[in-house]
Design a protein around this ligand. Structure first.
Ligand code: ADP
Ligand code: MG
Length: 238
């Protein structure tokens, strides 16, 4: 089955075209990484997939269902942001529970899901703490936990490790790779870090100025970059 299908997606803000004729098919369980320079449209494309921005033209389908006009909460996705976006007044447990409560899940299901995420991310010691009492790395694990409890078919990550130091970035990257294996869910991950792209991706999508420049496995892009721009991003000599 197809996890995500983008067909002729365009997005403009006023007269500025930010996404230009994007087409992409993501298979179930695939780990896709978007790379490209700052301002090329990576976050906008994620937000369009999430439904946080409407497309100007084109179609977005998730799990075989046209969601172009579907609000974010009904798309079966969960998004993790660079800034964590946790609720400061809620403890870790409350942060993970909120979205499920709003979706009307019953208490037993909420407790089971939180137990699962807590176990997967080793969050037991922190459940009663507020975000201000956590380190950056712990906050990002809570943000990932909040995504996991929703059991989305598609995870969207926007530079989730950018605010972490090098050691934590590596540890959290390994953790995300493990979650991908264990959950079997499809993931789309934005980064400007070449190591993250090369180690996490089944396929890398290189974006440039609102267009897809090349799509391929890390090895395909490394061995056979379409041009110097792609080579520059993937790190192979050109
Ligand atoms: P990236 O994530 O690759 O750095 P973005 O998707 O954030 O790029 O931004 C792509 C372009 O769209 C940038 O030129 C940015 O200024 C513009 N842009 C993004 N969001 C908005 C918005 N809400 N209104 C106007 N312009 C925007
Ligand atoms: Mg961005």
């Amino acid at each position: 089955m197809t996890a995500l299908l983008l067909e002729n997606v365009h997005k403009s803000f006023g007269t500025v075209q930010v996404l230009k004729d994007i087409g992409l098919e993501v298979a179930d369980g695939e780990f896709i990484v978007f790379v490209g320079p700052s301002g090329c449209g990576k976050s906008t494309l994620l937000r369009v997939i999430a439904g946080l921005e409407d497309v100007s033209a084109g179609r977005v389908s998730i799990g075989g269902r046209d969601v172009t006009a579907t609000p974010p909460a009904k798309r079966g996705i969960a998004m993790v942001f660079q800034s964590y976006a946790l609720y400061p007044h809620l403890d870790v447990e409350g942060n993970m529970a909120l979205g499920l409560k709003q979706a009307g899940e019953d208490r037993k299901v909420i407790a089971e899901r939180i137990a699962m995420a807590t176990r997967m991310l080793s969050l037991e010691p922190y459940l009663k703490r507020r975000p201000s009492e956590l380190s950056g790395g712990q906050r990002q694990r809570v943000a990932i936990g909040r995504a996991i409890v929703r059991k989305p078919d598609l995870f969207l990550f926007d530079e989730p490790l950018s605010n972490l130091d090098a050691a934590l970035r590596m540890a959290t990257r390994v953790e995300i790779a493990r979650l991908h294996r264990e959950l079997g869910a499809s993931m789309i991950y934005v980064t400007h870090d070449q190591t993250e792209a090369m180690t996490l991706a089944n396929r890398i999508v290189v974006l440039r100025d609102g267009r897809i420049e090349q799509v391929g496995s890390p090895m395909e892009l490394y061995n056979d970059p379409a041009n110097r721009f792609v080579a520059g991003f993937i790190g192979a000599p050109s």
